[in-house]
Design a protein around this ligand. Structure first.
Ligand SMILES: C[S@@+](CC[C@H](N)C(=O)[O-])C[C@H]1O[C@@H](n2cnc3c(N)ncnc32)[C@H](O)[C@@H]1O
Length: 270
């Protein structure tokens, strides 16, 4: 039973962290002329009106993207995401950010199960021939849909972690997908919560036999200072050239410009 709807959280600090780094992966993919494929396994609704009552009620976007857009001296690495996120009436979720950055020959495969989310996504992407929607289970689809015909691209894996087993099933599914598509980039978001279940997910990636993995964590507040999400994590398997350096540079800027919080970057692999 799916209850999570991203509209209550769109544009929060975790979305800023995730979408800013995703924009760097997509920029790297766009440097070569050969087409690429984005497989968005947890696509959600696609686009969000941050002024709508559902979004305003949580106040999360005010502390996230609104705060981000007000930061001084943004580096050029932040430019694409800043432009994409500039209009609060249509904040782009991961599929719309991808579509904005993709070229005419690139493809987007969206996977989503929530009836309301997939209906919204269908409306948001209607008429775009680059988009293919799949109403099926995310991790099952991840393994089934790789390798894409393009052979280059990224799988964006962004569960709501309502099912606690996802901290283990996500790295296991990426391992299976990687066995079929070794050239793919795997971009995984995870929450930092006081229960620290993300350590299971990181252990799965550290021991998964992947050649190169980068983990970027944005810690917004002291984990002991309250309940709920205290930070945001992104793991990238097969990161593009200079992705880790770019993430580190963006982290230093966010820290010094006053986004609130601190950044750590870890590299591992076998
Ligand atoms: C955190 S949201 C994704 C946000 C989106 N990636 C973005 O950045 O804009 C997670 C989404 O995954 C969907 N979801 C959860 N479990 C799923 C499953 N087993 N299969 C497919 N979709 C699932 C939820 O309905 C929800 O829309």
């Amino acid at each position: 039973m799916l209850s999570y709807l991203h509209r209550y959280h769109a544009g929060n600090f975790a979305d800023v962290h995730k979408h800013l780094l995703l924009s760097r992966v997509l920029t790297a993919l766009g440097r070569k002329p050969a087409p690429y494929c984005v497989i968005d396994t947890h696509a959600a609704e696609g686009v969000y009106d941050l002024g709508a009552p559902d979004a305003v009620k949580s106040g999360e976007a005010a502390e996230g993207v609104a705060r981000f857009l007000a930061l001084a001296a943004p580096p050029s690495l932040a430019q694409t995401y800043r432009e994409a996120a500039a209009d609060p009436a249509c904040y782009p979720g991961s599929p719309m950010l991808a579509l904005r950055m993709m070229r005419a020959d690139d493809r987007l495969l969206c996977v989503e199960l929530h009836p309301q989310a997939i209906a919204a996504l269908k409306g948001a992407t209607k008429g775009d021939p680059r988009v293919h929607l799949h109403k099926r289970d995310a991790l099952e689809a991840l393994v089934a849909l790789v390798p894409p015909a393009e052979k280059r691209g990224v799988a964006v894996i962004d569960p709501a972690y309502e099912v606690k087993d996802e901290y283990r099933s996500v790295p296991a599914a990426v391992k299976k997908a990687f066995a079929r598509w070794r050239g793919g980039i795997y971009f995984v978001w995870y929450p930092l919560l006081p229960e620290a279940r993300h350590l299971d997910l990181l252990a799965g990636f550290a021991g998964g036999g992947f050649p190169e993995v980068v983990a970027s964590e944005w810690v917004r507040r002291d984990p002991g200072s309250g309940r709920g999400l205290y930070g945001s994590g992104v793991v990238v398997v097969n990161p593009p050239f200079r992705f880790a350096e770019e993430a580190a540079e963006l982290g230093v800027w966010l820290e010094t410009a006053g986004f609130g919080g601190s950044h750590t970057l870890t590299r591992f692999g076998e």
